[in-house]
Design a protein around this ligand. Sequence first.
Ligand code: OOG
Ligand code: NI
Length: 468
Amino acid sequence: MAEQHVHPDDIRDLFSRAMSDMYRAEVPQYGTLLELVADVNAETLRRNTRLRAELERCGEIERLAVERHGAIRLGTADELFNIRRLFAVMGMHPVGYYDLSAAGVPVHSTAFRPITEEALRRNPFRVFTSLLRLELIDNLELRARATAILAARRIFTPRTLELVGLFEIAGGLTRVQADEFVREALQTFRWHGNATVDLATYRKLHEAHRLIADIISFNGPHINHLTPRTLDIDAVQAAMPRRGIAPKAVIEGPPRRNCPILLRQTSFKALEEQILFQQSASEMAPGTHAARFGEIEQRGVALTPKGRDLYDKLLATVRRDVRLEGTIRNANTYESELSERFRSFPDDWDELRRRGLAYFRYAATTAGRASRSRTLLRSTAEELIACGFLRFDPIVYEDFLPVSAAGIFQSNLGNSEKKLYDMQSNQAHFEAVLGTAVRDELELYAQAERVSLEIALTQLGSPETAVV
Ligand code: OOG
Ligand code: NI
């Protein structure tokens, strides 16, 4: 990258702040949520000095205030291909494949996010990006109509695509270009108060699936939520009603624990917003559409395939046995059952590590570095940990969870929207359209762990120590 180019991490930081400002201006409840999360985070850090020290050591404190994820839903192959190019300008790359059709939502998805440790520390802005699977609309006439509507729309300004092209040729953008890119790219994510279809078409699309109407009826993939990260999701959930926000009944993901794992999320319902529908070239008709909602998340340690397996199994048993729909009593039963069944999931950092359930970042301690003696040479990593020469910290989960994502989608659609799709998941097709393979998130965590251990062992003077 040439000297005069702005670093992609800086462009991402600019963009995520601009996006947050835009969303805050458009959806006032998002601003309220940001304030609530900031209050709860400050209070949690004040009370829990150990957590504070841990987050400081791992460089998590600085990113906390800027950390958030958003979500968009795209309609065509072309849109997905170009959004990948757009996000690459900001150092965001597709990680993971999520098939939501299994959960009754006719999309498949990936998350665009930074992938290096340094970039994640700077600003971990992520965008959960879904592509509509038109083949899941079984009314053929409606499918053809939807396809034609999508083919006619342009979700990127011409200048955005020009700047993306310049970035690809030159390997970066200048300051002036970067500022212009942020302004132009933001247009793709803004809200449209005017639909491109008439009310009757909207209703037909809505009947096929509310998500289908949301994707097809507008001139762009409006950002549908922005999610700040909290250190205590239960506290935020409990405080939401006091600030005039009604959260969904249960928190998605694992239960509350001493050692948080993966990701816990909760949201508030999408708001009904006024829309003008295009009845004819000159006539508009008023109506409403609900798409934009609020969400919060709490992140924990990334799990290994073995840990993830255990998580999926335990979660599945609760979801099989407790019906989620409906009453508060169900919600309470769900939460106590969840806690009960997760008792068999170790809740101690060292046990999680020794049993190979989660990923950790290793570091040589000051004491370890001071005593670089020959006796260390044949010590195992376990021995180095036991004598205080090697330390480990949880690696934060930076991705999403398909069952939770489905729950978030569903809470905004109403439970009656749960359709049964018998279509196979289709990662190969998704990647062909995207123009690249998605990265394997587990490989990224495994690599971060491996590299940290190698560096630590080299610092301790025992690089040939057997890797745990
Ligand atoms: C995306 C829902 C998934 C999450 O946090 O799991 C998601 C959407 O509604 O478009 O954002
Ligand atoms: Ni989300």
